[in-house]
Design a protein around this ligand. Structure first.
Ligand code: CP
Ligand code: NVA
Length: 291
């Protein structure tokens, strides 16, 4: 899928004339929404956006009803919601491809764009290349760690006690690392995770839906900021990544976000091509992509 994404980025191709993607979003979005819309336009298709107040999955209408109705109108759906079980229930009734556009537990579209970006910077073969995530065991780190482990990377993660990835995500990442020849190291000390690393990644301490915990989290994550001192312990020329939106001065300093090693806006740009590839795969046209 990453090869297809790179090919589409080099040469956009109108493979989805007349095909429609619905975006069913229960949380706010800048990147995911706009990059899906731009991706579909590049591919010759169209999008329909449904905002949080218009959907009411399971409130205005049963999930299985929304799912079956939309499947009669469009070819593919991207759902951004809360619990993973919601998107899974949605997909169970849909009959058309359903993309996870972020849940509390996973953010696979982000991970695809992230690894596309790392490949552009470090080369297509990521085996043995090192990536350290500093921060919360949330949706972004879960998808990132599993995907990076699948590609044979030396994956490290540092999170405070009580904020590490869920056990099932750790097992999945460990199994994928084993199969790909990668490694997975989970620690509480950020310095240990970043030591000599080529890529440093962080995400917000408080995710959408956790706003009530923000104060507690600011205390618990205090030593987990990507700042000049921590970056100095990484490998020379380490790349800095963040999925955005960022809370400058919390998980990352302004200085590091704007530093020379920052590839944060390349990541944001690559959301378009990673998602174009995902849609092309799911609608069965990936084989027609010319490199
Ligand atoms: N990174 C990301 O998914 O951003 P949005 O929440 O703006 O879509
Ligand atoms: N972890 C963040 C990612 C936002 C793209 C959240 O879920 O709010």
């Amino acid at each position: 899928m990453l090869d297809v994404a790179a090919a589409l980025k080099r040469r956009p191709q109108r493979l989805l004339e007349g095909r429609q993607l619905a975006l069913v979003f229960e949380k706010p979005s800048l990147r995911t929404r706009v990059s899906f819309q731009v991706a579909m336009r590049h591919l010759g298709g169209e999008t329909i956006y449904l905002a949080p107040q218009e959907v009411g999955l399971g409130e205005r209408e049963a999930i299985k009803d929304v799912s079956r109705v939309l499947a009669r109108y469009v070819d593919i759906v991207a759902v951004r919601t809360y619990g993973q079980s919601i998107v899974e229930e949605y997909a169970q009734y849909s009959g058309i491809p359903v993309i996870n556009a972020l849940t509390n537990e996973e953010h696979p579209c982000q991970a695809l764009a992230d690894l596309l970006t790392v490949r552009e910077k470090l080369g297509d073969d990521l085996r043995g290349k090192s990536l350290a995530f500093i921060g919360d065991g949330n949706n972004v780190s879960a998808s990132l760690v599993v995907t990076a482990a699948s590609l044979g990377m030396d994956v490290r993660m540092a999170a405070p006690k009580g904020y590490m990835l869920p056990e099932e995500t750790v097992s999945e990442a460990a199994a994928r690392a084993e199969a790909s020849g990668g490694t997975l190291t989970l620690v509480t000390d950020p310095a240990e995770a970043v030591a000599g690393a080529q890529v440093l990644y962080t995400d917000v301490w408080t995710s959408m839906g956790q706003e009530r915990e923000a104060e507690r989290r600011r205390i618990d994550f205090a030593g987990y900021q990507l700042n000049r001192e921590l970056v100095a312990q990484a490998g020379p020329g380490a790349l800095i990544m963040h999925d955005l939106p960022a809370h400058r001065g919390e998980e990352i300093t302004d200085e590091v976000l704007e530093s020379e090693g920052s590839i944060i806006f390349d990541q944001a740009e690559n959301r378009v091509w990673a998602q174009a590839a995902a849609v092309a795969f799911l609608l069965g046209v990936a084989g027609q992509v010319q490199s």
